[in-house]
Design a protein around this ligand. Structure first.
Ligand code: FAD
Ligand code: SF4
Length: 475
């Protein structure tokens, strides 16, 4: 390792791990970044200024001890770094891969002011990948097991974050999921070029070794009832996500060739992972002109999946400008390199069909107006700007709304008007616990509480809810 050098950030430029060339990666469903080499990880970590009051940790939703583990990596102490990293994060190798770091930790890094932020996400991924490869496993030797059991509904990041804290405190989590594999949207949503499925499979083995029980292919409300869980378990955690697809509300959405984003992405995962029950379920873009509507992470994943399936062309139309796009900057750049065409300031007003099939999308041009109530600038339509973009397939990626289960009301679980579950991080009432719902025995977190958001925020809420459950159970 290099000797200590307080000005390393001047001598060594910010540099992420090498990226596989676009011409190669656009033909495969595999991660696009090479792993850091030990020396690269050490050199990049050493750029950290060790700020006294680190903004990066504050901006990270799980409040990782970032400068501390960067220092350990710069000294080559990977196992200690892994131990420390797991104190605050249940899935650091996942967050290192998929967090929008430019908006979170790296965006808040002091060096982001012209010198180039420390490559925090890539180092976080490096720590856990390397430690696992060295045989490191979370230390459970000091855990005193209790006879308490908690049912966790949903094996997504929120459910896994909750299960992690429970099992480390001697409470047995039994995690139910309707899918055949754990991960929620990590497996059945986010594509392999951002997060390879083997990462989740390895994490499943590790959770099982720690004492987490998974009951997969099991839908609560169908294969097992909530009543059974309430009777059998000491508490229940709901981490079921948000699955109502947002619609554009314009003519033509019912045409043959129009698909919602998630069914398309799931059909691709099932095809790649061998979970497909019937080959006709696979939505294939080979040779087709694809138009993707939307500008978030889901839209970017649809763009890049279509490219890999061999689409003739992929065009992404978004109603605001590039600066106001919700998707991660890094992913937009990757999509562009792989051949996706972007049309900014274009709003769809109709999907055009012939004989019941899609032939194009009618778009109007917009310009950016005053900020709305959320501070984002409105897209205002330019009169007389209609144009039709030819298309064989249209993928609608406008995001998700809550999808509360019909049985919530039977158990007194109250909702907000928009369908999100009512559960607070810091309840003000006496005798209430973090993320407890209006049914004292039921807790909730992740997308179904905050609305569709991020992996790391779901993990953070799952972990906080588990702390609430431990207090409720007086463990
Ligand atoms: P989910 O991940 O949705 O998990 C919920 C789980 O509950 C699912 O497995 C579901 O099967 C299960 N479930 C629901 N109902 C039942 C039931 N009745 N019985 C049994 N099981 C049930 N975030 C990022 O930070 N970075 C990204 O790059 C990113 N990319 C994304 C790409 C796509 C395509 C999508 C859709 C989202 C993306 N997100 C990304 C957002 C992120 O994936 C979610 O915010 C996060 O997964 C939410 O976690 P969760 O645990 O609340 O819900
Ligand atoms: Fe950054 Fe996400 Fe890791 Fe936090 S969890 S340090 S925000 S990459």
């Amino acid at each position: 390792n290099r000797p200590n050098n307080d000005f390393q950030f001047l001598d060594v430029e910010r540099e992420g791990p090498a990226k596989i060339h676009a011409e190669v990666r656009k033909r495969e469903f595999a991660e696009i970044y090479e792993p850091f080499k030990a020396e690269e990880a050490s050199d990049q970590s050493h750029r950290c200024l060790e700020c006294g009051n680190p903004y990066c940790s504050w901006k990270c939703p799980v409040h990782n001890h970032i400068p501390n583990w960067l220092k350990l990596v710069s000294e080559g102490n990977i196992l200690e770094a892994a131990e420390l990293s797991h104190q605050t994060n249940s899935l650091p190798e996942v967050c290192g891969r998929v967090c929008p770091q430019d908006r979170l930790c790296e965006g808040a890094c002091t060096l982001n002011d012209g010198f180039g932020a420390v490559t925090i996400g890539s180092v976080e991924k490096y720590i856990t990948d390397t430690a696992f490869a060295m045989g490191w496993r979370p230390d459970m030797s000091k855990v005193i097991r209790t006879d308490r059991k908690v049912a966790v509904i949903g094996a997504g990041p929120a459910g896994l974050g909750c299960a992690d804290i429970l099992v480390r405190n001697g409470v047995t989590p039994v995690v139910f999921d309707r899918h055949p594999e754990i991960g929620g949207l990590l497996t059945f949503g986010i594509p392999e070029f951002k997060l390879e499925k083997d990462v989740i499979k390895l994490r499943r083995r590790i959770f099982e070794e720690m004492g987490v029980e998974f009951r997969l292919n099991t839908e609560v409300g169908k294969d097992v009832t909530m009543q059974q869980l309430i009777e059998e378990f000491d508490a229940v955690f709901l981490g079921m996500g948000t699955y109502t697809y947002m619609k554009g509300g314009f003519p033509g959405e019912e045409l043959d060739g129009v698909f919602d984003a998630l069914p398309f992405l799931i059909s691709n995962v099932n095809h790649c992972m061998g979970f497909e029950k019937d080959p006709s379920e696979y939505i294939d873009m080979k040779g087709r002109r694809v138009v993707v509507l939307g500008g978030g992470d889901t839209a970017m994943d649809c763009n890049r999946t279509s490219i890999r399936q061999g689409a003739a062309s992929v065009t992404c139309a978004y109603r605001r400008d590039e600066a106001n796009m919700p998707g991660s900057r890094k992913e937009v750049e990757n999509a562009r390199e792989e051949g996706v065409q972007f049309l900014f300031n274009r709003q769809p007003v109709e999907i055009v069909g012939e004989n019941g099939k899609v032939v194009g999308v009618k778009l109007v041009t917009t310009r950016m107006g005053e900020p709305d109530e959320n501070g984002r600038r409105r897209a205002e339509v330019v009169p007389g700007s209609e144009q039709v973009l030819e298309a064989d397939v249209v993928l609608v990626a406008f995001g998700f709304r809550p999808s509360p289960a019909p049985w919530f009301a039977d158990f007194g679980i109250e909702l907000h008007q928009d369908g999100r579950i009512q559960a607070e991080e810091a309840p003000r009432e006496q005798g209430r616990f973090p993320f407890q719902t209006s049914n004292a025995k039921v807790f909730a977190g992740g997308d179904m509480v905050r609305g569709s958001d991020l992996v790391v925020t779901a993990i953070a809420e799952g972990r906080s809810a588990a702390e609430g459950i431990l207090d409720y159970l007086e463990v």
